[in-house]
Design a protein around this ligand. Structure first.
Ligand code: SF4
Length: 363
């Protein structure tokens, strides 16, 4: 759930980038360890420059769970700030500089539809079904998993989450990102005829009773609008032009794209692969442009490009900018706790169970 953004006063909106940077630095220095700014890799350069820690959603959730900071300012999208609020104590406060920064993918699944589908699927089989929600989902979805013996996953640990689930049940109900679910399950050796899609607008989710009974993974019909921009035709064209190119893609990409790619993995995996690649190597990367452009700058000895002729970017991530970050810090400094993200306790308790099961996967 996202909230309306706070109105920023006109005099603040007129400040130059230099002045905004100066104010951010001043508040950071004043609050010291009481303040922690977390920045997702898809943030713009000017925002990420102020992050105390940067990472993908998994890394940032882990950092949030471990910090003692009193004020945590999350430069990312709303579900990430919600996750941070769930894993921190009640004495800690989590803020997002624009609470209207949602996530297209997270909004693909509404809890009422997921609950209806769950009841329908359960009525058709006696097998144990384990729900898994991608971290890109609302707190209510995470709570649903906590209440029903399931867990949260990120793109870094989706395979481990599926393994965990299959140690406890025969079927997995995976939402909201069909591509992460399908790409991960297939890579684990589950054939496509045992991975089905659930369309909430169709009777039986658009399946026959027989296919539901034989399915091992039931995927919600959701997707990330940014990662849909990458396609096989462009990969083929790039390979014709440059036979040395390495294609690396995020698992939110289509199955066809993932199948023809050389490598597939989370944001952290993409960063590590390129960092460790030999000097002079060529890379085409299928993920958000801010990350790809930063990789280009960080490794000028390698040829790095985005896997598309234009630069797909996440409009929601772009809602966090230097102005609203500076205003957020200014208001915290003045004791005005605007844009605080508070997950209702009715969801937080159960969602924490599902998140902790995920955090324990890595131990
Ligand atoms: S890139 Fe996709 S999944 Fe990530 S925040 Fe944007 S819409 Fe959501």
């Amino acid at each position: 759930m996202t909230l309306n953004p706070t109105t920023i006063p006109k005099d603040f909106l007129g400040l130059s980038a230099d002045e905004l940077n100066k104010r951010i630095i001043e508040v950071k220095a004043k609050l010291g360890k009481r303040l922690l700014i977390l920045g997702h890799h898809y943030m713009s350069d000017d925002v990420i420059a102020h992050a105390n820690e940067r990472g993908d959603s998994f890394a940032l959730a882990k950092i949030a769970a471990q910090t003692d900071a009193e004020f945590i300012v999350f430069c990312g999208v709303h579900f990430m700030a919600e996750t941070a609020d769930i894993v921190t104590t009640t004495a800690q406060k989590v803020f997002i500089p624009d609470p209207g920064a949602g996530c297209f993918l997270a909004d693909c699944a509404r809890i009422r539809d997921v609950e209806d589908a769950w009841q329908e699927i359960k009525s058709m089989t006696s097998e144990i079904i384990v729900p898994i929600t991608y971290v890109n989902s609302g707190a209510d979805m995470k709570a649903f998993c906590g209440d029903n013996g399931g867990l949260v996953c990120t793109s870094s640990n989706a395979a481990r989450a599926l393994k965990w689930a299959f140690e406890r049940g025969e079927k997995v109900f995976f939402f909201p990102d069909q591509h992460l679910g399908r790409n991960t399950a297939f890579a684990m050796g589950i054939p496509l005829n045992e991975i089905i899609l659930w369309d909430p607008d169709e009777p039986l989710g658009g399946n026959s009773l027989e296919t539901i009974k034989q399915a091992r993974v039931i995927l919600w019909d959701g997707f990330c609008i940014v990662h849909q921009e990458f396609n096989v035709d462009y990969i083929e064209k790039l390979r014709q032009d440059d036979p040395q190119i390495n294609i690396i893609v995020h698992p939110e990409c289509d199955f066809d794209v993932a199948q023809v790619a050389d490598y597939m993995g989370s944001t952290a995996y993409i960063i590590r692969m390129i960092a460790e690649a030999p000097s002079g190597s060529h890379w085409a990367v299928a993920t958000e442009r801010n990350l790809v452009n930063r990789l280009k700058k960080a490794y000028p000895d390698k040829r790095i490009e985005i896997l598309q002729f234009f630069e797909p970017y996440c409009k929601s991530m772009a809602q966090i900018n230097l102005t609203n970050l500076a205003y957020q810090l200014d208001q915290i400094d003045h004791g005005n706790l605007i844009n605080q993200v508070i997950v209702e306790e009715q969801y937080a308790v159960s969602a924490r169970i599902a998140l902790n099961r995920m955090l324990e996967l890595t131990q």
